[in-house]
Design a protein around this ligand. Structure first.
Ligand SMILES: [Mg+2]
Length: 221
């Protein structure tokens, strides 16, 4: 009898609570977290830590290349958005949202600020005869604005800029990015580093080492 009463009691508790889903975090609080990650300095600090590790590998790799008999030119592949240039001011203005057109218009301005640790790595690579290729999910229509933006941000004398074709339709950016790295290799380069803020930047090998920068602001499959 007592067991039956206990069972009914337990069912009434769990039956009642299980009818509620776990409420997701409030959107305004999520946005506050996103701002804090940037404004507290944690975001740039995390970016610096990743680039420091990439720089460490680059230095070791350049040093070891001296002992290689049949040398091939070395190259680095960099993504652009949230890797070489920051869209944070635009994202903030759009309150981490906006329509597709809002985002496209922001990209076309060509005034994105530099991500300094990446520029430092860029300069070190160039000073040591390592070529730098930018491979970006931006499409061909942004070539001029992107070249101007990179130059103004301090990325001088780039070795190549590969933009996504306007008619690219694959759900994932990865196949396009892998094909771009294969094209660079077919020109005789060994890609020692591939750095990006999205997993899709780094999938599919064709680089000795990959480094993933943080980006809690958006996802590109
Ligand atoms: Mg990116």
């Amino acid at each position: 009898m007592y067991k039956k009463i206990l069972l009914v009691f337990l069912l009434s508790i769990f039956g009642a609570t299980s009818s509620f889903a776990l409420e997701p975090k409030n959107l305004d609080l999520v946005k506050a977290d996103l701002r804090h990650y940037h404004d507290s300095g944690a975001y740039p600090n995390d970016q610096t830590k990743v680039i420091d590790r990439a720089m460490e590998y680059l230095k070791t790799r350049i040093a070891s290349e001296k002992f290689v008999k049949h040398k091939k030119p070395l190259a680095i592949v960099l993504d652009i958005d949230e890797t070489a240039l920051s869209n944070y001011p635009d994202m903030l203005e759009l309150s981490f949202g906006g329509t597709f057109n809002d985002i496209i218009n922001a990209e076309g301005k060509g005034a994105d600020p530099v991500i300094q640790p990446t520029l430092n790595l860029y300069r070190y690579a160039k000073a040591n005869n390592v070529a730098i290729f930018f491979v970006t999910g931006r499409t061909e229509r942004f070539r001029e604005a992107t070249l101007k933006n990179l130059e103004q941000a301090g990325y001088k004398d780039i070795d190549g800029l590969i933009l996504k074709p306007e008619n690219y339709r694959d759900h994932s950016a990865a196949p396009y990015k892998i094909a771009a790295r294969k094209t660079i290799e077919s020109q005789g380069y060994t890609i020692v580093l591939n750095i990006g803020d999205q997993k899709s930047d780094l999938l599919g090998k064709h680089a000795e080492k990959t480094f993933k920068l943080p980006n809690p602001y958006y996802l590109i499959p």
